[in-house]
Structure formats: C-alpha cells, structure tokens
Write a protein that binds this ligand. Structure first.
Ligand code: PMP
Ligand code: GLU
Length: 405
C-alpha cells in the first residue's frame, strides 16, 4: 500500500487528477470478462464492427511495398491534405486549402491539439451536455474551466442558441460540440446551426470546435451541415473529422482538422513536439478512402439504420426507460432515472455507472454510465454491432432491468 501511495505521489498532479476514459474503462472490463470465457454483449465502445473496405487496405499494402515508410511532414502528406481539401469541398461546401489542414493520430489527437493550443488556465470552455468524454478531460488538462450547458431528452439533447448566448462570458474561449452527437446521436439541423452562428458572430473572440466525425452516419435524409459553412463565422470555427467511424478505420488512427491558419499552425507546432506526422501507411489508406466512391460507407450507414430501429424497439419495451429516436451516429442515451434508487439483492443502485456495472455482471451486457458525458440520468449504448448481438442484448437488458426492485 505504502509503495502504491509513494508511486502515486511521484506522478504529476496532471495525471493524478485525470479520470480514465469511461468508454475505454468499460470496454476494458468487458474484454477482461470475455477473456475469462464469459459471453458478454459489448455495447460499450463506439467502434464499427465492419472491416475496413478492401480498396483502402489495398492502398496501404501498396504503400508498404513501395517503401512509403518514412517520416511524413508533421501536418500530413501533401497528397492527403489535398484529398481532405477536396473532400471538404465535395461534402461540406467548405474551402480549406491544405495549409489550413492538420492530419493527426486520430480525431482524438486533433481535439487535444486544438484545446492545448487555445486554452490558458481559467479560460472558459462551453460544453453542451451531454458531451463526449475527452472534451472535458483535455480541457481539465489544459486547466480550462468547463462550463456545462445542459440539454435533456425532452429537447432531443440539443441546446438552443439562446442557451449558448446566456452562457458566453468575457472569459469564454471555446465552444465544443459534436453533430451527429456522441453520446446521444442527435443532429443539429440547418436552422439550429444558423441560430447558433448568429450568436457566435456577436462574439468574435470565441472559437468553436465542431466535431463532425459521425458526419456520414446521419439518418435525417438531409445532407450534413457544417457550422463553418456560415461564412461570416468561418474564421472562428475549427472543423474536426476523421476516418474511424465513416470508413471503419478505428485502428488506423487517422483524424484531421480544417481551421483558421492561426490554429492549424499552432496545432502543427504542438504535434511536432509530441507525435510528429501520423503513420505514413495510414495516410495513404486515408487518401484512398477519400478519393474513392463512398458506396461502402453508405452500405454501412444503411446497416446502422436497421440496427438503430432494432434497439429503439427493445428500449421502448423496457418499462420506465425514457428513450428518443436518434438521427445519427450509433448510440442511444436512454434516461434510466426511474431505476436509480432501486435495489438488487439488497444493494441500492444510485448512479448510472453502478447500474452499468450491474448490467454487466447480471445481464452480461456492457454499456457506459452517463456521468462521464456530464449526465447523471442516462446510460449510453453503442449499436455498432451485429443485429443478432443486438437482439440478444435486448432480451438480456429487459431481464436485467426487471431484476431491480
Ligand atoms: N470525437 C468523437 C465524438 C468520438 O466519438 C470519437 C470516438 N472515437 C473521437 C472523436 C475520436 O476518434 P478517433 O480518435 O478514433 O479518430
Ligand atoms: N469514441 C468511441 C467511444 O466514445 C471510442 C472510445 C474512445 O475513443 O474513447 O466509445
């Protein structure tokens, strides 16, 4: 014990204050049980179960065979940045020339680069709640102050422009949100983004980081809208995107930003001291993903939509849960507050995280508590897994919830 304490004291306050990512913690717990031979249905991690499309894998193989295995420029190869620039134009009607683009080791690193480049101790960062876990963790790391702007299930977990305005102060430096959203699947429509853009325009010193990593996984029937399309605020917007979700490329570790030059240059400097350019082979794969037809992506999105409908049907069937129909990404965020305070075998379940641990041990289904997303009433389920597994999860969850009295 003394040894552990002494060791902890040797670590920085920075890391001691940091929470382990809840998504990663739950998927670790689920993997550990699976390794013991326990049959777990894992709805914890936001990771597509599909294989990376063949043409993308082939491009990587060619890169290896041609010896494309050296350091690349820190901000990414000129070819990939050119392909990203063309993608922004094709899909988002956005002009970002390659010097406005920085490629990183996953969108996670892109997000960290931006926060660490912008936030000084005490700067306020507005986070519409629920938010993705790493936004708050990296803001804390930068000693920024997270200002939570709450949105519940009754508004489809979306904040209004008026709420945004009420929370902006002279100390506000950055607003961070995702659309389609992790953990709720909510999608901000054109009118909602236009209203936000109007507020942001009034505050020219405030930056907004829009995380669009779920861009393609959108069931609204409309195209994806980017906040940066509102040209009079484009210089305040950092658009984050990546390959993990839309191209089933989680392990390739490839993400990027399109940003004002001030930010892209700062992120390049930051990354140059921490990781340098991301994997050369992944960058060749990313280029192939963006230059080819998006048919494989559209096929995956169709599968996600079917899965969403399966999960919606079983969640609605569980008494007491409040659930909305998400428009994108691959998550549900049901409100489980009716079950908090209930007991199983004499143990009271007080929090969503305790409920998730119970569902893991008793129903053998892995989910994530809402607390790390800033919400104390909900749990998150990822449906990026097969229909068979989802149907099984539905049965198990129904039985699991029924055990709580
Ligand atoms: N943003 C959001 C909203 C996410 O859900 C994820 C999930 N992985 C990321 C960023 C990071 O993605 P990656 O680092 O795999 O590109
Ligand atoms: N973004 C995914 C999730 O939210 C993957 C895990 C992570 O990167 O934290 O589950």
């Amino acid at each position: 014990m003394t040894t552990v304490t002494a060791t902890m004291n040797q670590l920085s306050d920075r890391v001691n204050k940091m929470y382990e990512s809840a998504t990663i913690k739950m998927s670790k717990a689920s993997r550990a049980l699976k390794a013991q031979g326990i049959d777990i249905v894992d709805l914890s991690l936001g990771e597509p179960d599909f294989d990376t499309p063949q043409h993308i894998k082939d491009a990587a193989k060619v890169a290896i065979d041609k010896g494309f295995t050296k350091y690349t420029p820190v901000a990414g190869t000129p070819e990939l940045r050119k392909a990203i620039s063309a993608k922004f134009k094709r899909d988002n009607n956005l002009e970002y020339s390659p010097d406005h683009i920085v490629v990183s080791t996953g969108a996670k690193q892109s997000i960290a680069n931006v926060i660490l480049s912008l936030i000084n101790p005490g700067d306020e960062v507005l986070l519409p709640v629920p938010y993705w876990v790493s936004y708050s963790a990296v803001t804390d790391l930068a000693e920024g102050k997270c200002i939570e702007v709450p949105a519940g299930i009754e508004t489809n977990f979306k904040i209004t422009a008026a709420q945004l305005e009420q929370n902006i102060t002279p100390k506000t430096k950055l607003i961070i949100f995702s659309s389609p959203c992790n953990p709720t699947g909510s999608v901000y429509n054109y009118a909602e983004l236009a209203a936000m853009a109007k507020v942001i325009k009034k505050h020219p010193n405030v930056f907004v980081m829009c995380d669009e990593i779920y861009e393609y996984i959108n069931f609204t029937g409309e195209r994806h809208y980017s906040l940066a399309e509102f040209t009079d605020i484009k210089d305040q917007v950092i658009t984050v995107n990546g390959f993990s979700k839309g191209f089933a490329m989680t392990g390739w570790r490839l993400g990027y930003i399109g940003a004002p030059l001030l930010i892209s240059k700062a992120c390049e400097k930051m990354q140059g001291q921490i990781t340098s350019g991301t994997c050369s082979i992944s960058q060749k794969a990313g280029e192939a993903a963006l230059l080819a037809d998006l048919a494989p992506t559209h096929k995956m999105v169709e599968a996600f939509k079917k899965r969403r409908d399966i999960v919606y049907a079983f969640l609605k069937d569980i008494p007491g849960l409040k659930v909305n129909l998400p428009d994108g990404a691959f998550y549900f965020f049901p409100d489980v507050s009716a079950y908090l305070g209930k007991s199983f075998n004499g143990n009271v379940i007080n929090t969503p995280e305790e409920l998730c641990l119970l569902l893991l041990s008793e129903a053998k289904v892995a989910t994530v508590g809402g607390e790390s997303f800033g919400d104390k009433n909900c749990i998150r389920l990822s449906y990026a897994t097969s229909e068979e597994k989802l149907i099984e999860a539905g049965k198990r969850l129904k039985e699991g919830f029924a055990k709580l009295k």
